[in-house]
Design a binder for this molecule. Structure first.
Ligand code: NAP
Length: 251
């Protein structure tokens, strides 16, 4: 999957799935910037590891839900590497509550972090990508966009929103050489899912046809393909990477 000599920006790249995406792109030869919000230790560690391995990487502290911070992050990448070819909108949070218990702040925080951040970064990269007549945008959805998980109305709305947004963006800029796709992970072992895994990991595994939880690398491999030159005829799609979780079988 060719990403070498490309410049990439990954939001939420300091931990979990985003970290695996940063590693995959960097080891594939791309120059990679990643955005994190607060965990500087994790960001510094990742930069140190990849730099020691001879990769070009940079960390940017920004709140992806804030438009000026997203614009500044994109400007910093272009100032350093003069172009931007690949955008992976991966930053995301959960604030699970049943509707009657959910506060407007919990609703808004999830919508802003998961969905508005995608608008923020996509809008900021479209012009530079159009200038190069090349772009790969990969937005992180979730199987929760289709599932009906009690307690996840805010999260499901944000992820379903990402999928609809991505289809529109894909049609708007297809003729400019920019593709826009989503990856929808199933159950992946990260900080986000650690509490549920500790409480019910074996039960979850038994409900997944491949009989294991997903690893961040499973998602990174799918993102790498959609971010590569080889995926040029795929746009507006959602690729589920879930070990068969959503197939609805009985085994
Ligand atoms: P995670 O381990 O909790 O990591 C979240 C990352 O997002 C961190 O790098 C965090 O930065 C960053 N972040 C959070 N809010 C941010 C903000 N406002 N601005 C900038 N960065 C922000 O999460 P994950 O499990 O890897 O999930 C990554 C993505 O995959 C999310 O979009 C999630 O919805 C999606 N997903 C995950 C699963 C799963 O099973 N894990 C399943 C389906 C979809 P800091 O380190 O600074 O906090």
């Amino acid at each position: 999957m060719k990403v070498s000599d490309r410049v990439a920006l990954v939001t939420g790249g300091s931990r979990g799935i985003g970290k695996a995406i940063v590693e995959a792109l960097a080891h594939g030869g791309a120059k990679v910037a990643f955005v994190y919000q607060s965990n500087q230790e994790a960001a510094d560690k990742l930069v140190a590891e990849l730099t020691a391995a001879g990769r070009e990487v940079m960390a940017i502290k920004a709140d992806a839900s804030k438009k000026p911070e997203a614009d500044a992050a994109v400007e910093a990448v272009i100032a350093k590497w003069e172009r931007l070819d690949i955008l992976v909108n991966n930053a995301g949070i959960i604030r699970d509550k049943l509707i009657l218990a959910m506060t407007i702040e919990e609703w808004q925080q999830v919508i802003d972090t998961n969905l508005t951040s995608v608008f923020n970064f996509c809008q900021a990269v479209i012009r530079p990508m159009m200038g190069n007549r090349y772009g790969r945008i990969v937005n992180m959805s979730s199987v929760a966009a289709d599932f009906s998980n009690p307690g996840q109305a805010n999260y499901a709305a944000s992820k379903a929103g990402i999928e609809g947004f991505s289809r529109c963006l894909a049609t708007e800029y297809a003729k400019r050489g920019i593709t826009v796709n989503c990856v929808a992970p199933g159950f992946i072992e990260t900080d986000m899912t650690i509490a549920v895994v500790n409480a019910a990991g074996d039960k979850i595994k038994s409900s997944i046809p491949v009989k294991r939880l997903g690893r961040p690398e499973d998602i990174a491999n799918a993102v790498l393909f959609l971010a590569s030159e080889e995926s040029s005829y795929i746009t507006g799609q959602v690729l589920k990477v879930d070990g068969g979780l959503t197939l609805g079988g009985m085994g």
